[in-house]
Design a protein. Sequence first.
Length: 309
Amino acid sequence: MLEKLSQEIDTRMMRVAYHLLNECSVSRAAALLDMSQPAASQQLKRWREVTGDPLLVRSGSRMVLTDHGNHVLRKITLILAEIDGIIHAHEHFDAALSRRKISLFTANSLGPFFVPRLVQIVQTEAAHMQLDLRPIMSEVQLVHELEAGDIDLAVGNWPTPPVNMRYARLFKSRIVCVVRSGHPLAGQTGINLQDYLALDHLSPTPASSVTISPISARLAEIGVRRRIAVSIPEFSLVPQVIASGNLVFTTAQAFAQQMAQQHGFALLAAPKELGDMTFYMLWHDRLHHSAYGKWLRSLVKRVSDEVRV
């Protein structure tokens, strides 16, 4: 089987296919590869014969990937990354000179105290690099984008890190409850589980997304469930919503303290059953051995060591 494949597909053919499928254009791929357009068209024809799928089909005035074409692109991206890792295992990466784009996902709760310091370091030490912070997404989509190479690294507080990904623990944070200063519980130092479950809660994830919420997932483990009265898509909305009523917001102490200082909110120790919130960084094997991947992980670790609470 391998011998047959080696006769049909070589590294050069995979690199041509990568550009054809990534660009969804024979002419642009040919220009990038410094080859003639007929030669690029011939390569696409050969790939169609090998896979038994058109890979690229016309949609109006443009070409789009078929479902199998998208699958082939993801696989080729991973294979080429592995090959590059073998060849350039000891490559040097100079962040000060690089113009590479950093594609990073960070949990919403990290925004106010993690992202500003990250941006500051990148602007100072890697001024030519572009920092692309990706919006909140489902765990399935996040894993897909890490596999496809659309995201380099993810930082979050999943109850359990997604499988088939490399990860490292960054820090733990106490869990606290945030309420407005006029809330009936504002004078308390903490709250027990029974009273906690009787309250109306504000959550950045809907009640149906238990598996990706570190709070709801932990409660599910012990066989109880809180009432999420309001769910919101952005952490930036939390202060305004908290200030307008008697909802309780449960989050990491690092985020809660900053919010309390800025808006005069009260903090209560969360029920001991919730334990601590653990933050991780997550990456795919394709960047595990690369000099860039190592630099990026060291940068995130450095920022997390500075901001941990």
